[in-house]
Ligand binder design. Sequence first.
Ligand code: SAM
Ligand code: DTB
Ligand code: SF4
Length: 347
Amino acid sequence: MQADIRHDWTTKEIQNLFNLPFNDLLFQAQTVHRQYFNPNEVQVSTLLSIKTGACPEDCKYCPQSARYDTDLEKEKLMEVEAVLEKARLAKQNGSSRFCMGAAWRNPKDRDIPYIVKMIQGVRALNMETCMTLGMLTKEQAITLREAGLDYYNHNLDTSPEFYGEIITTRTFQDRLDTLENVRASGMKVCSGGIVGMGEAAKDRAGLLKSLANLPQHPDSVPINMLVRVEGTPMADTANFDHFEFIRTIAVARILMPKSHVRLSAGRTEMNEQMQAMCFFAGANSIFYGEKLLTTENPEGNQDMALFKKLGIEPEKREGYSDEVTEAALLETVAESQEPALFYNAAS
Ligand code: SAM
Ligand code: DTB
Ligand code: SF4
């Protein structure tokens, strides 16, 4: 019997899942995971920052906000051809999805023609396209969809109750409105959040409840562990308990059985065993490549070495005719002979 797809989760039910004995929670999550996915496949995407820094928003975690002094090199919107060059490289390295992010509150109408060319160019490489550009109007969402954008990432970030502690320049409702515009346009929704920002356990439950009770579950749910960047108000936030992180992945898997749950930012703080536990808890997507948007990510060969140790293969795209990228990834997996025992793990 397959787990029901529900949109009426209560806070109590979610807290009860979080409070299960660890083994019971992981067993339940892995059981649900196997009902909808091959447990030995993980989807891989590459990220590129197409416009970096000088963002007018005040998200307290973010190195790209103009309000914090983070030593970041600001960059204007990249040239279309430079973006496509990076996409070609990502494809050669085995990625089948290319995600482009901009440090904007929202795209301006003058940016849209360039954005459209980027989408069309990446599509022409036979890669899936994803963008995260801030808030979108209905019309902008339709334009991006018509250009061929497959996914739009827009995170809820945290619970509605904690949200005001983290961002004051846009509301939680603004985020829900953008998600509604993306959904209505027919694009696939990627939406998740960040843990480890000093939120309470009830806020992690509140974030997952908000995601799971959307009219449709997001197709992808990135769970980020806060990357503490010097100069941001969150630089000195306490270490986040790794077991609580794994529990968050497991509960996301149980609440949203058909969604790809992405083990997202924060992996350079996690050793291989921790990441393996996250995959067991139901994470089945990662960002691949040495950089996220502005911060470090594990090297691609480390990830492939880990995949090899765990018998994981990169997920094949549905209806995907071009075998080149999968072949490239599998070759890298085969070549990864001497994997590092740990990433930049403190433990
Ligand atoms: N500016 C757009 C926006 O905010 O929607 C798109 C880019 S923004 C960097 C995308 C997401 O990255 C944020 O919503 C947040 O969840 C995540 N993020 C940013 N900085 C982070 C950090 N230091 N640690 C973890 N996740 C982070
Ligand atoms: C998401 O949820 N995580 C990614 C992606 N969506 C765009 C971004 C993580 C950013 C981490 C901080 C940085 O590299 O700037
Ligand atoms: Fe700007 Fe996005 Fe960073 Fe917020 S998360 S400061 S909107 S780039």
